[in-house]
Design a protein around this ligand. Structure first.
Ligand SMILES: CC(C)(COP(=O)(O)OP(=O)(O)OC[C@H]1O[C@@H](n2cnc3c(N)ncnc32)[C@H](O)[C@@H]1OP(=O)(O)O)[C@@H](O)C(=O)NCCC(=O)NCCS
Length: 144
């Protein structure tokens, strides 16, 4: 299992993982267009027989990075893979000039909130009814 940047051959595997582990539905074209804009911001964990985890991030300004998606297959959670992805992403974002990283997370997503608090993300806002089922988003921010 190793960490690398996304390549277009990963699309089916990444899309399958997104659909099976994330509750929002995304246009498959999003993955390839984000990757071509900033390849180092789209990191995958290759398990040899498919993608086991990925982090998809973008730069919204020259100093502002955003994480759009982060997920690990359920059977490999709590083994440091999310940490490995976030650590590498922070390194790439800093290298790109980012000073701040933001993301949204479901109010009820306790495991993700625990995960982000370990990285010292701060709660900076909320968006009512942000998700397709009406759940609120919490907005988290980290100065990097
Ligand atoms: C959130 C997620 C990416 C974390 O990935 P992971 O590989 O399991 O995380 P790690 O093993 O690196 O965990 C790092 C720390 O985060 C915290 N953490 C992670 N999962 C946790 C859980 N289920 N309960 C409590 N704390 C948790 C712990 O502090 C953990 O450190 P520890 O294991 O030494 O106690 C993973 O749970 C996941 O894919 N969830 C479903 C998708 C999702 O919610 N994505 C985020 C959308 S915003």
């Amino acid at each position: 299992m190793y960490l690398r940047t996304f390549n277009p051959d990963d699309l089916a595997s990444v899309y399958e993982l997104a659909c099976s582990t994330l509750s929002e539905r995304y246009d498959p074209n999003l993955f390839t267009s984000v990757s071509s804009a900033w390849p180092q911001g789209f990191l995958v964990v290759d398990g040899g027989n498919g993608i086991k985890a990925f982090l998809l991030g973008i730069m919204t300004t020259s100093v502002h990075a955003r994480v759009l998606m982060l997920t690990v297959v359920p059977e490999l959670r709590r083994h440091g893979i999310g940490t490995m992805l976030m650590t590498k992403f922070l390194e790439e974002a800093r290298r790109k000039g980012a000073k701040v990283l933001t993301l949204e997370v479901r109010r009820g997503n306790v495991q993700a909130l625990e995960f982000y608090s370990k990285f010292n993300f701060m709660l900076v806002g909320e968006i009512k009814g942000y998700y397709n089922d009406g759940e609120d988003a919490l907005q988290l921010q980290l100065f990097i």
